[in-house]
Design a protein around this ligand. Structure first.
Ligand code: NAP
Ligand code: GDP
Length: 362
């Protein structure tokens, strides 16, 4: 349903425009769907790749030649400030969501410089481009920065907006920098900028090298005879896992407030990787201990042991609460990946090559 303000804009032929970096990622895909339902015209920044990287949004992508198209894609990269400026000027958005990132913690230890360039300096490039754009055109543009609970690192739980950051990885350090750039631009240039500090959120669209998806993919593949073992690292780490579809609503709500602010978004429940294994394997009527082996390659040089978010502020100020429970999330992911593995098995039986893409790096 469109709100009355959105309807009025629509009736005047002035759809609200959103620009999203990281539109091909897990959150980007849910956010596009959410904003299209709200009546927005949505513009996404995609990276040029030698293979297609738009899987997650293919189902909603419309050929730009069709009538009433409301989703547009633009080539760009957070490492290319000039390109970002050009996209801003041509799109003229009302809201900008900076979701683009090298978002994998373990990979950030292998590629710290690249991670800093995309995550920290990339955010700075986008903020700089936006600062110039708003001062030239005199419009108020609202900006969302995708912050992470990883920024809390070793700070004891529960973590909320007042908890001091103690990042434990190059990824987390870069996110802290992006967070403070955003605060600084808000304070220095009176820009409407919100930091969302989102705790881990998952879905059937989660990247396959993050632990939850790595587990549910393995469950499906083991069940269908495509994989024998699942190699993991630290099973004791605890995370506050929510559903990505719920979390994109919180991003949007932040930008609809009268004043910009920073918010923790979390479920308020934390579980260990071991507990995730127990629950997810049990759904498939399997004993995880028969299949899981520990491989030290998945240990991190410094670990984040215990994340548990206190999202009271988001609940009170935004009226946001998560809708999908932990159990529903696990079930959703297991069922999805069971079906995916069934399709893979069918393909394999028909003679197609089925590979474990990227799993070794996760
Ligand atoms: P994701 O699935 O890894 O998606 C990352 C997106 O960023 C992809 O679209 C990726 O493009 C794009 N990207 C990577 N490098 C880029 C570059 N140099 N320039 C422009 N775009 C680039 O991540 P996600 O789970 O959707 O998370 C969205 C954001 O929230 C990220 O900033 C992440 O760090 C942050 N976050 C996530 C969580 C979580 O639990 N999911 C929690 C807290 C914060 P390709 O598709 O081409 O790779
Ligand atoms: P993160 O919280 O952003 O680092 O999300 P991940 O899903 O990558 O990792 C969550 C936790 O699972 C971390 O404490 C990891 O150390 C732990 N973990 C254990 N085994 C694995 C593994 O094989 N892959 C990943 N990605 N994480 C693992």
């Amino acid at each position: 349903m469109l709100s009355s303000a959105e309807k009025t804009q629509g009736e005047r032929g002035l759809l609200k425009k959103a620009l999203i970096s990281g539109v091909t990622g897990q959150d980007g895909s849910y956010l596009v769907e959410f904003l299209l339902k709200k009546g927005y015209q949505v513009h996404g920044i995609i990276r040029r790749a030698s293979t297609f990287n738009t899987d997650r949004i293919d189902a909603i992508y419309q050929d730009p030649h069709e009538a009433d198209v409301r989703l547009f894609l633009h080539y760009g990269d957070l490492s290319d400030g000039t390109g970002l400026r050009r996209i801003l000027e041509s799109v003229q958005p009302d809201e900008v969501y900076n979701l683009g990132a090298q978002s994998h913690v373990k990979v950030s230890f292998e590629q710290p410089e690249y991670t800093a360039d995309v995550v920290a300096t990339g955010a700075l490039r986008l903020l700089e481009a936006l600062r110039d754009y708003v001062s030239l055109c005199g419009r108020k543009v609202r900006y969302y920065q995708a912050g992470s609970s990883e920024m809390y690192g070793s700070a004891p739980p529960p973590q909320n907006e007042a908890t001091p950051f103690h990042p434990r990885s190059p990824y987390a350090v870069a996110k802290v920098a992006a967070h403070w750039y955003s605060v600084n631009y808000r304070e220095s240039h009176a820009m409407f900028i919100c930091n969302g500090i989102l705790f881990n959120h998952e879905s059937p669209r989660r990247g396959e090298t993050f632990v939850t998806r790595k587990i549910t993919r393995a469950i499906g593949r083991i069940k269908h005879g495509l994989q024998e073992k699942l190699y993991l690292g630290n099973l004791d780490a605890k995370r506050d896992w929510g559903f990505a579809g719920d979390y994109v609503e919180a991003m949007w709500l932040m930008l609809q407030q009268d004043e910009p602010d920073d918010y923790v978004v979390a479920t308020g429940e934390s579980r260990s990787v071991r507990e995730f294994l127990e629950e997810s394997f049990a759904l498939a009527e399997m004993d995880w201990q028969q299949y899981v082996e520990i491989d030290p390659r998945y240990f991190r040089p410094a670990e984040v042991d215990y994340l548990l978010g206190d999202a009271s502020k988001a609940r009170e100020a935004l009226g946001w609460t998560p809708k999908v429970s932990f159990w529903e999330l696990v079930r959703m992911m297991v069922e999805h990946d069971m079906e995916l593995a069934r399709q893979e098995r069918t393909l394999k039986q028909a003679g197609h090559r089925v590979t474990l893409r990227g799993i070794a790096n996760g």
